[in-house]
Design a protein. Structure first.
Length: 529
């Protein structure tokens, strides 16, 4: 299909080969260097027998090799599947068995997790980013040795085969595009995002999150297609992020709400030490942002916070700028493309102000890998689709998210949405993080349970539960307030900002069941009944 003329790093390299493309730590790659590496890998994949429609998987931290693999796939017509580095052996096996890639690029660091599942996997070629302690692996350097660094003559766009974060169950493979388009082809949703956030060759973008997640992967993709520069953090650190904004004159960045909390917890002198004047777009998503946290960030950074609501499925998207948010606090915006509707359990549209399932349109018509029933259940006959989120629209058409359908607590016949309670708890100065969910209750069906990560100085305070209970009762109806509080040094929040609430709830239920059977019903937590 030939070399792309626009919206592809190959096109940028052709017109400006020495333009900086990627910076990680002390290493910077130009577009020419990125292109040579991606082309060599693409030719190596073809030599290894991979054909358009096949797939590769990547199990790596935030490394420059991630971009080699991704952009090789995006010129070889391949599916690209990134795997979370936090997964255990069985979870990795589930994804590999589902995606069925022909090659896995990983690191010797993950050998211990891969060895126990080797016999249960389909035939996958193992490729390491460095020398491996076992001869079973071929190094990336050997794989690409002798391969040309030219753009493939039969190049075509690949497609990401991403898996959901699995916060409510097993990760789901999501297909929202197919390989085979001409190089430089992008969807209308991405095109509009690039225009909305002014993504072009003048951008210097700070990527704060893991590249196995859809949001940072897609944002870096948009920047590199446009000729901008991506500054990649190996892992998030609040002080380091501020340093990088100043050092590289960052114009755009992407965050999740827990990162904002960490930033706001910095001492005042650390917050004010750095010149952030270059910073024009601080984009955030992935998890609901408590309104008080967002207000504090706007007070600090000014009107540069831009929020969006979307998902791995890419079935639609709402967006909201800082001025709009101040007029509609708590909202995640209006559709960037298509429409948003609120529907009841029977699929009927609900008027403004009424809560129901959020349906989106205008994006991709996605499918869940090897699960036609789940795919059908997510789509309505008119083409709109739902991800299971609950929310409502206001009179101006702005969307407000309430919670996930899977986490709704029904206590005494009343629906209670954990996010509302979590937002109140996170507004308390002695709370670093919080998770709220329902536990079985003989009288009410479910009771509200809170797991709280206190700030360090409050960790040993025996009166903290009573203090938080009183705080909740000042702001919420009493039936919504937690009846039990449990305190932990940290919560299982993924680096993407999402809380693994499903697994946390199961863990708490198992612990309570064991404690009740051993101690006659005594709960290993603070009960305020």
């Amino acid at each position: 299909m030939g070399q792309p003329e626009h919206l592809h790093p190959a096109a940028v390299a052709a017109r400006d080969p020495q333009r900086p493309a990627l910076t990680l730590g002390d290493t910077t790659w130009t577009y020419a260097e990125l292109e040579a590496a991606a082309n060599g890998f693409a030719h190596g994949l073809r030599a290894a027998g991979l054909m358009p429609g096949d797939g590769i998987a990547v199990l790596l931290g935030n490394r420059l090799e991630v971009f080699v693999a991704y952009w090789a796939a995006m010129r070889s017509g391949l599916y690209y599947t990134p795997i979370s580095t936090h997964l255990h052996s069985g979870e990795i096996a589930w994804i590999l068995q589902s995606a069925r890639p022909k090659l896995l690029l990983t690191s010797p660091n993950f050998l211990e997790r891969l060895e126990p599942i080797a016999d249960s996997l389909p035939a996958i070629r193992l490729l390491a980013d460095a020398a491996s302690p076992t001869a079973l692996w071929q190094t990336l350097e050997d794989f690409t040795a002798g391969q040309p660094d030219t753009f493939p003559e039969d190049a075509s766009e690949g497609a990401a085969l991403l898996f959901s974060s699995g916060t409510t169950g097993r990760p789901k493979g999501v297909i929202n595009a197919r390989p085979g388009a001409a190089p430089g082809t992008i969807g209308e949703l991405a095109r509009r995002r690039m225009a909305l956030h002014e993504i072009d060759e003048r951008v210097t973008y700070l990527s704060t999150a893991p590249l196995y997640h859809s949001a940072p992967l897609r944002y870096t993709e948009m920047v590199l297609r446009s000729g901008g520069r991506c500054v990649i953090m190996e892992k998030f650190d609040a002080t380091r992020a501020l340093e990088l904004i100043e050092r590289h004159r960052v114009t755009h960045s992407q965050w999740v709400p827990t990162m904002f909390v960490r930033l706001l917890r910095l001492p005042e002198d650390a917050r004010q030490r750095h010149d952030l004047s270059s910073h024009r777009y601080a984009v955030h998503a992935a998890a609901p942002c408590p309104p008080e946290v967002k207000r504090a960030m706007l007070d600090w950074w000014g009107p540069i916070l831009h929020e969006y609501y979307s998902a791995t499925e890419a079935n639609g998207q709402t967006v909201i700028g800082p001025e709009e948010w101040l007029a509609h606090p708590g909202s995640v915006g209006r559709p960037l493309l298509g429409e948003v509707r609120i529907r009841d359990a029977e699929g009927r549209d609900l008027p403004a102000g009424e809560t129901g399932l959020v349906y989106l349109g205008g994006g991709a018509r996605f499918e869940y890998l090897d699960d036609p029933e789940k795919t059908a259940a997510a789509h309505a006959p008119d083409g709109l689709s739902t991800l299971g989120d609950i929310g409502h629209l206001d009179a101006d058409g702005y969307l407000y998210l309430t919670d996930r359908r899977d986490f709704t607590i029904i206590s005494g016949g009343v629906n209670i949405y954990p996010r509302e309670v979590e937002d109140i708890l996170l507004a308390h100065p002695r709370v670093a993080d919080a998770a709220v969910f329902g536990l079985p209750d003989d009288e009410f069906g479910e009771r509200v349970h809170a797991v709280v990560e206190p700030v360090a100085e409050a960790a040993d305070d025996p009166g903290l539960a009573a203090e938080l209970s009183a705080f909740c009762r000042q702001h919420l109806a009493h039936l919504k307030c937690p009846r039990d509080f449990e305190f932990r040094s940290h919560l299982p929040r993924l680096p993407t900002g999402k809380l693994a609430k499903g697994s946390l709830r199961l863990e708490v239920m198992a612990a309570l069941g064991e404690a009740e059977s051993q101690a006659g019903g005594t709960l290993p937590l603070t009960s305020l009944q």
